[in-house]
Structures are given as C-alpha cells and as structure tokens.
Design a binder for this molecule. Structure first.
Ligand SMILES: [Zn+2]
Ligand SMILES: [Zn+2]
Length: 140
C-alpha cells in the first residue's frame, strides 16, 4: 500500500513507494552516488573528506554508500576517521578499540543505573516527615 508522506530531503509531499524520499530527490541521489562511485574508482584510497571535497556530495550519502558496502564490492577501500579517535577505518563507525571501549562503557553505565535504581527503592517518606515538622509550633 502506498502512503503519502513528506520527503525527508526536500520536504515536499510524495507517494512513498519504498524509496524513502520523493522521486526527484531519489534521482538526484542516484546521480550523486554515480559521481562518487566514479570518483572512488579513479581515486582509490580516498578518504570521505576528499570525496566530499571533490564531488560536493553530502557526507551522509557517502557514508551510506560505505555502510552498504558499495566501495568494498568494487575492490576499493575508502577510509574515514573513527568517530571517536580519528583512526582510519574502512567499515562501521568506530575502530575496534573504540568499539570495545564503548561496549565496556555501556556495561559500566548499565551497572551504575542498576545501583541507582536499588538506592531509589530504599526507605521512602523522608521528605514528608521534614515537611510536617517545618510548621513551627503547630504540630497536629
Ligand atoms: Zn524530495
Ligand atoms: Zn577509534
């Protein structure tokens, strides 16, 4: 079933047929992807930054092509910086070292959250007590 929504790229209403954007924008992106693919073929080992500079295609599109493995397929490895430490990587968003760190941090955070939850479930009613005592002389 087709549904009408706003194109996430240009904002116009369009009929969504699985392209996730309107046909105009889709065609435009296809064109840009072709430009990027051509550039990468001619300039293997380019970084994403170099590709964007040379083709003036949005980083987002280049990254999506990387995620889809478009460059690896053609035997070209496009390197780009790890989002955390800047090490050159060719797939994913983080280098292996940072990925390990992130996993470790998430586990620590999870442990901390669990500890916090336990503390919150501790003895309650303390706030009520001090409020009642605050009214001077008029204890009911
Ligand atoms: Zn559009
Ligand atoms: Zn890293």
């Amino acid at each position: 079933m087709n549904k009408i929504s706003n194109c996430p790229v240009c904002g116009r209403l369009y009929v969504d047929m699985g392209l996730k954007m309107c046909r105009d924008c889709y065609e435009k992106e296809k064109e840009q992807e072709a430009v990027v693919a051509r550039y990468v073929r001619d300039n293997p080992k380019s970084t994403v930054f170099e590709i964007c500079e040379a083709t003036s295609v949005k980083e987002k599109i280049v990254y999506r092509m990387i995620r889809e493995g478009r460059f690896i397929e053609s035997g070209v490895e496009v390197s780009y910086p790890c989002e955390l430490c800047g090490t050159s990587i060719v797939r994913g968003r983080l280098c292996n070292k940072c990925k390990d760190n992130v996993v470790k941090q998430l586990q620590e955070q999870e442990a901390k959250n669990a500890a916090l939850r336990d503390r919150k479930q501790g003895p309650s009613g303390k706030g009520m007590y001090s409020k009642n005592m605050g009214i001077d002389g008029h204890q009911r």
